[in-house]
Design a protein around this ligand. Structure first.
Ligand code: NIG
Ligand code: FE
Length: 422
């Protein structure tokens, strides 16, 4: 294995390390290591500045001479930093009143059809200033960071006009600058038909394609474009126009697909080589086949399934059969998933969708990185990757999906900067 090759050259590889963890178990999440979690026991791992530079078994490790910080992990587990690859964490207001309506039996779709739902968050988000939007979104981001999230995707989608969509993306950029986190930003202008275009949604699609995407690109505000392909949102033909415009501008493509019905949006996304399709409760075998062929990640959002009390599960067995990589994300948003917790999403992925704890951890590390097009940078403990790492006081990585609300996190490393927790 490559790790032993490196150590057989001698210990030179650790010579430039700035920090080294010794006596540590690694859940590398590296697929080339043919063990659950890509596990390597009793290792040393060294970083230099923001990169992982060396990994070797303790038996072959020799302490380098020089100015290096040594951390004795005492048999604890190190994992990659967690990645939440699907959130709507920038928004204003809340939908507690709609929650109460839903408890009385009104459905998510009925609320949307009555002008509530996403549109009620649009009203509150439009009314908020940029500074206010940043202020109210910060605690949601903080909650994720406290759990060990070091990379988060943030979508727009509650502005639904040029100024307010750009305002949301600017808020995401300010949050990035103010926090130890990597943020991937996604333009989700095609989230719901804005009140101004209720009778002419195609004109709104024109606005997205001809003005909004170019403006977001011009200001370097956006990495990807997303759509909501659904009866209560946009048709496949409309989503196709948005994808074509995104592709023309070199942006990555994602989609909220087959959440409430099967629109065959996944096939459309696959035809554009989408990074991910997300939700997927109504995905069928033809859709699974299509995303398998295009290398698209299936991002599962069990918190939305739970909160909307859905009963139709995503086709997990088919996704396994076709070897589609599965990511898991919080979907943090005020309507379908008001839960600022990737750890709870991991537990729900196992309890509700019957994923294994290994699949669950892969869903928030290596596969989540793939869903954001960042596989070469983050999501695995591997030489050359960014040093985003978490040290956990656990006996096995399965505990990360099994238990919830415990304090197992001991140390966080973001881009090589180490901070103790607790
Ligand atoms: O991922 N499905 C569409 N969008 C969000 C919900 C947004 C909302 O209700 O505010 C989702 O579930
Ligand atoms: Fe979502």
């Amino acid at each position: 294995m490559y790790i032993h090759l490196k150590s057989s050259i001698g210990n030179m590889v650790f010579d430039t390390a700035t920090v080294i963890w010794i006596n540590v178990n690694l859940a590398t999440m590296d697929n080339n290591i043919d063990r659950d979690y890509g596990a390597l026991h009793h290792q040393a791992i060294g970083i230099c500045d923001d990169r992982i530079i060396a990994i070797c078994a303790m038996g072959q490790f020799v302490l380098p001479i020089g100015d290096v910080r040594i951390i004795d992990a005492k048999g604890r587990w190190l994992t990659p930093g967690l990645i939440d690859a699907h959130t709507h964490l920038v928004y204003a207001g809340n939908r507690a009143a709609e929650f109460e309506q839903r408890l009385q039996g009104v459905s998510y779709q009925q609320i949307a059809e009555r002008g509530g739902g996403i549109l009620s968050t649009v009203k509150a988000t439009r009314a908020a200033s940029l500074a206010e939007l940043v202020r109210v979104s910060q605690p949601r981001l903080t909650a994720l960071l406290n759990e060990g999230v070091s990379c988060v995707e943030i979508k727009s989608g509650y502005g639904l006009n040029i100024d307010d969509e750009l305002k949301m993306l600017r808020a995401a950029k300010i949050l990035t600058a103010n926090n130890p986190v990597r943020v991937s930003t996604t333009l989700l202008a095609a989230h719901s038909i804005p009140p101004e275009y209720q009778h002419n949604p195609d004109q709104y699609i024109d606005l997205i394609c001809q003005q909004l995407i170019p403006a977001a690109v011009e200001e370097s505000l956006v990495d990807a474009v997303d759509v909501f392909c659904e009866q209560i949102a946009f048709s496949r033909a409309q989503c196709e126009r948005v994808f074509a415009a995104a592709q023309k501008h070199g942006l990555a493509i994602k989609g909220h697909m087959e959440q409430l019905s099967n629109q065959q949006g996944s096939q459309l996304a696959a035809s554009f080589n989408a990074l991910s399709v997300d939700h997927l409760e109504w995905l069928d075998e033809a859709g699974v086949q299509a995303i398998s062929a295009s290398g698209t990640v299936a991002t599962l959002l069990p918190a939305a399934y739970y909160f909307l009390r859905e009963t139709k599960m995503p086709p997990i067995e088919l996704l396994r059969q076709y070897q589609v990589p599965m990511a898991i994300a919080s979907d943090l948003n005020p309507g379908s998933a008001p839960l600022a917790s990737i750890r709870l999403a991991m537990q729900m992925a196992c309890t509700l969708f019957r994923l294994t704890p290994r699949e669950s951890l892969a869903g928030v590390t290596c596969n989540a990185a793939k869903a954001l097009g960042l596989s070469e940078e983050i999501g695995q403990l591997k030489v050359g990757m960014q040093a985003d790492m978490l040290l956990w006081d656990i006996e096995s990585p399965a505990q990360l999906s099994y238990q919830f609300g415990m304090q197992e996190l001991v140390q966080k490393v973001f881009a090589g900067s180490v901070s103790d927790v607790g």
